[in-house]
Design a protein around this ligand. Structure first.
Ligand SMILES: [Zn+2]
Ligand SMILES: [Zn+2]
Length: 370
């Protein structure tokens, strides 16, 4: 990974009045511009952003594919939702929850209202007050202002302290890792299971590791290209679906039965149907990516083989769970973090990520370096 020296830490007294922020001006149109530094309101912390990981959802937001979903609701807009940083100012109430200036934190996208039925049972990524900022809801980097800026003001519900033993680069991978963990937890992986993963990008490589941490005995990553070598280094069996039929290959590797659970991280073309086809009777299929279009599914198989098919939306409760796993070295996020660029070079970072230049997996953008 390319590293760039960080500029020295700022104290609360040194918060500037203006800062650099990425501004989307329209589909595939962006620039880095100078904007005012936000305040930390009630229940909010202001953070000096260290690293922001670019994610597949960012590319769809930047290219305007999610406009009808309201991501974003208008321009200019600042995306970015997988990030890390250091708290530089506390809004009213934050200290009472244990936050302090200088805390290093990992940030995430969702902030539930905290009141509705879904929030009350812990499923705050399904908040019934979604989209209502006046009721306390936020979805940072989607419709609420995101972290691709030097300072980010965020609800204390969307930041998680990280230990000194973790780097801030690793902190930026907490969001993506926690989604992978939520997927395999929702899939009720038990020791001895076989888990198949479609997609050999960062999300697939993280899901493969989380499946192993849940006790899977056999993990099979179905994907393409040099990324499969990384999957193999991380201990997975690999299937190149540009050379062989993915579902058939998984069946061949499992005595003809298929996986107990399959995670589709690709969400492209026939991948959700392939996920069903490589799963055994009574198995579970998790869909992580947000598909841009519909897809035909083998419904009679799903019915007659009693399969459980479910969506996975983000990471309710799992950010706090992956942090100790990353800190302990049980979940390797360094291997999937391949590049880092200053915010001023966002265009280069974006191109590196979208074109998979130089084996890119997770690409970090660092607003306070360079
Ligand atoms: Zn993301
Ligand atoms: Zn809610």
């Amino acid at each position: 990974m390319t590293t760039v020296p960080a500029s020295p830490s700022v104290s609360a007294r040194q918060i500037p009045e203006s800062m650099d922020a990425l501004a989307l001006l329209g589909p595939d149109d962006f620039e880095v511009r100078e904007v005012g530094v936000p305040q930390a309101g009630a229940g909010v912390v202001l953070c000096r952003v260290h690293s922001v990981a670019v994610c597949g959802t960012d590319t769809e937001i930047i290219s305007g594919h999610f406009l009808e979903r309201g991501w974003p609701r208008g321009y200019p807009f600042t995306p970015g939702h997988e990030w890390s940083g250091e708290i530089v100012a506390l809004g009213d109430g934050a200290a009472g929850f244990g936050f302090a200036v200088g805390d290093r934190v990992a940030g995430t996208a969702h902030c539930g209202c905290g009141y509705c039925r879904m929030c009350a049972i812990g499923r705050y990524t399904l908040c019934e007050n979604y989209g209502h900022e006046e009721r306390g809801h936020r979805h940072y980097g989607h419709y609420s202002t995101g972290a691709l800026r030097q300072f980010h003001n965020t609800s204390i519900k969307s930041v998680f302290p990280i230990p000194d033993s973790m780097t801030l680069e690793q902190g930026a991978l907490v969001d993506a890792s926690s989604i992978a963990l939520h997927a395999v937890k929702r899939g009720k992986v038990v020791p001895g299971d076989t888990v198949a993963i479609i997609g050999s990008g960062a999300q697939g490589l993280l899901a493969a590791q989380c499946a192993r941490l849940m006790g899977a005995a056999q993990v099979i990553v179905v994907g393409r290209g040099a990324r499969l070598e990384t999957a193999a280094e991380l201990g997975a069996e690999v299937v190149d679906n540009t050379k062989v039929d993915g579902p058939q290959a998984v069946r061949d590797l499992t005595g003809g039965k298929g996986a107990h659970m399959t995670v589709d991280t690709a969400a492209r073309g026939s991948s959700p149907a392939d996920a069903v086809e490589m799963t055994r009777k009574g198995g579970r299929v998790a869909l992580i990516g947000v598909p841009l279009e519909g897809c035909e599914l083998p419904l009679s198989r799903i019915v007659l083989e009693e399969m459980d098919l479910f969506g996975v939306r983000a990471n309710p409760g799992t950010c706090a769970e992956v942090i100790p796993l990353i800190a302990a070295g049980e979940l390797d996020v360094d291997t999937v973090t391949t590049h880092a660029f200053p915010l001023r070079d966002f265009a280069r970072a974006y191109e590196t990520f979208t074109k998979r230049i130089d084996g890119a997996l997770k690409v970090l953008v660092q607003p306070n370096v360079g």
